[in-house]
Write a protein that binds this ligand. Structure first.
Ligand code: NAP
Length: 251
């Protein structure tokens, strides 16, 4: 499935939410490695338009405007990808949404939004891709969870619950498909410099940086490198794990 860059057949990779933020960095990482990348988001961005126009990515970049919380749209996306490339080697469940607020004041609508995307859409998409991986003999799944699912964070109890649930999903699915050459792991990410962390005020961000041994917020590339490690075909004995990538914040 993977080999030194430039010398292997391209892998087919689905990365959800690749239009910006962490997903954008992950898409760029796999495109740079020579792979075929399919991604989706509810709307197109400059990054997507740039990839679509770049002749270097001709025939190996696919984007669809999809709301993953809409099951039919999600299924249609999978159909498009398989129609194009037949099978999927790697699935990175990255798309996620955070809604900030103490539970006593948290709305039903925000609760549904967070659970529908972070958890239910991830399960729905993974089920379809696992069927394909089982049929074609293996694969790699990486779920992007969060240290808030491990340690908790005030104002992010519902979001943290979905991320802790994703880690449980990782462990259960890893047991189910381990004998079929499919690995499933989570990356519990620390705080990154993306739009999602814009919900934190400057005081909170400075406090996080002060408490982080590495002394900075994370970049998408910090997470993309960890994903590359987990999906390497040689790493077939690492499965059902939650790899914390957070600059040491939770050490
Ligand atoms: P972000 O900047 O808000 O980007 C989220 C991506 O997901 C965008 O491409 C967005 O595009 C897409 N998306 C959102 N809702 C969607 C939907 N319903 N259907 C399809 N796509 C949707 O967030 P990020 O910081 O890159 O976060 C990426 C992942 O890392 C998330 O799972 C997040 O929980 C996790 N994480 C982030 C941090 C952090 O500090 N940023 C920390 C730990 C974990 P559209 O809005 O156009 O749909």
């Amino acid at each position: 499935m993977s080999a030194p860059e430039g010398s292997a057949a391209p892998r087919t990779v689905i990365i959800t939410g690749g239009s910006r933020g962490l997903g954008e960095g992950i898409v760029q990482h796999f495109l740079d490695a020579g792979d075929r990348v399919a991604t989706c988001a509810r709307s197109e961005t400059d990054a997507v338009r740039t990839w679509q126009k770049d002749p270097a990515y001709d025939g190996r970049f696919l984007f669809r405007e999809v709301d993953l919380a809409d099951r039919e749209a999600c299924t249609a996306f999978v159909k498009d990808v398989l129609g194009e490339w037949k099978s999927v080697d790697i699935l990175v469940n990255n798309a996620g949404v955070a809604r900030d607020g103490i539970l006593a004041l948290f709305s039903d609508e925000d609760t549904d939004t967070v659970i529908d995307l972070n958890l239910k859409a991830t399960i729905h998409l993974s089920r379809q891709i696992v069927r394909n991986m089982l049929a074609h003999g293996g694969g790699r799944i990486v779920n992007i969870s969060s240290i808030t699912g491990l340690t908790g964070y005030r104002g992010l109890s519902v979001y943290g619950a979905t991320k802790a649930a994703l880690d449980g999903f990782t462990r259960g699915l890893a047991r189910e498909v381990g004998s079929r050459k499919i690995t499933v792991n989570s990356i519990a990410s620390g705080y990154l410099k993306t739009e999602m962390s814009h919900g934190l005020d400057d005081g909170q961000l400075q406090q996080i940086i002060r408490r982080t041994p590495a002394g900075r917020l994370g970049d998408p590339e910090d997470i993309a490198r960890a994903i590359a490690f987990l999906v390497d075909e040689k790493n077939d004995w690492i499965t059902g794990q939650v790899l914390v990538v957070d600059g040491g914040l939770t050490a």
